[in-house]
Design a binder for this molecule. Structure first.
Ligand code: IPD
Length: 279
């Protein structure tokens, strides 16, 4: 199984790196989905199409859940979960936090994760029990780059914690109000709060250990699947807010790893008011 994961991971990395050729054409022709924040460009579609076509050639029996096209049923079968460009608004504005995100689940467990930011030339990759690495587009083989450990002394309270969150795309007023109320509680308590505009990039930053905690309400499985593997393999943990983690649950909180008892996670959970998103 280990060498199989390594083969699948290598393939996912090659697809992410190849996608850079499509992204570099910089086709920012926009289609709005639900509202002015929820965008898709022709580049998103072209990247997803390329990735799915290539995987189907090599693994014809595998299944897919892609943000922009194919959404097959989530079963125990090997399932690729793809966000061709996570942070589409950032891509449109050339704000340098967007990425290609490819995850693979077997038995519903994320086991391969690749997050590639083409503008910053950062390739984050991880495979179950293989560790988490940060490399660049000169990547040749698994193990290239710097091995990431998000571990260290954990903050013992939110007042020493740098928190990442995202606002999502929903303009539904009751949801927005609950999100803002939660954010205000974090601002009142934590050392700092930041948003980079991409769920997958946020998780990569946790794996890198440069922020302590990331949470979001409203996530989809394609935003987070690859990031789950990065965070776990860097030594961190992924949960649902006040609940067990589930890829389809529409919320998550993750923390970098380290010495300590995750007291800060309990403090964080106690602040949050639940926001009910349909699964
Ligand atoms: C979005 C980004 C954003 C997050 C949303 C995602 P997209 O992905 O990750 O930061 O708040 O929940 O949907 O639409 O740019 O692929």
């Amino acid at each position: 199984m280990q060498s199989e994961i390594q083969t699948l991971l290598l393939f996912a990395i090659q697809l992410c790196l190849k996608s850079k050729e499509i992204i570099s054409k910089n086709n920012k022709q926009i289609e709005t989905k639900e509202n002015v924040t929820d965008l898709v460009t022709l580049t998103d579609k072209a990247v997803e199409d390329y990735i799915i076509t290539e995987i189907k050639k090599k693994y014809p029996h595998h299944l897919f859940i892609g943000e922009e096209s194919l959404r097959q049923e989530f079963t125990d079968q090997p399932t690729w979960i793809i966000d061709p460009i996570d942070g589409t608004t950032n891509f449109v504005h050339s704000f340098p936090y967007f990425c290609v995100s490819i995850g693979l689940c077997i038995n519903k467990e994320p086991i391969v994760g690749v997050v590639f930011n083409p503008l910053q030339n950062q390739l984050f990759y991880a495979g179950k029990n293989l560790g988490c690495y940060l490399s660049n587009d000169q990547f040749k083989d698994i193990g290239d780059g710097k091995k990431l450990f998000s571990t260290g002394d954990l903050p013992t309270s939110l007042s020493h914690t740098l928190v990442l969150t995202e606002y999502g795309a929903s303009k539904q007023q009751d949801i927005l109000q609950l999100k803002l109320d939660n954010i205000k509680r974090v601002i009142d308590t934590a050392r700092g709060i930041r948003s980079v505009g991409s769920a997958a990039m946020s998780m990569a930053l946790i794996a890198q250990g440069v922020a302590d905690l990331y949470y979001e309400y409203g996530t989809h499985c394609w935003d987070i699947c690859a990031g789950v593997v990065l965070v776990r393999e860097s030594g961190g943990i992924v949960e649902g807010v006040n609940s067990e983690f589930g890829l389809m649950k529409r919320n998550l909180v993750c923390m970098r790893g380290g010495n300590g008892d995750y007291k800060v996670l309990k403090e964080f959970n106690s602040l949050m008011v639940h926001i009910d998103y349909p699964s």
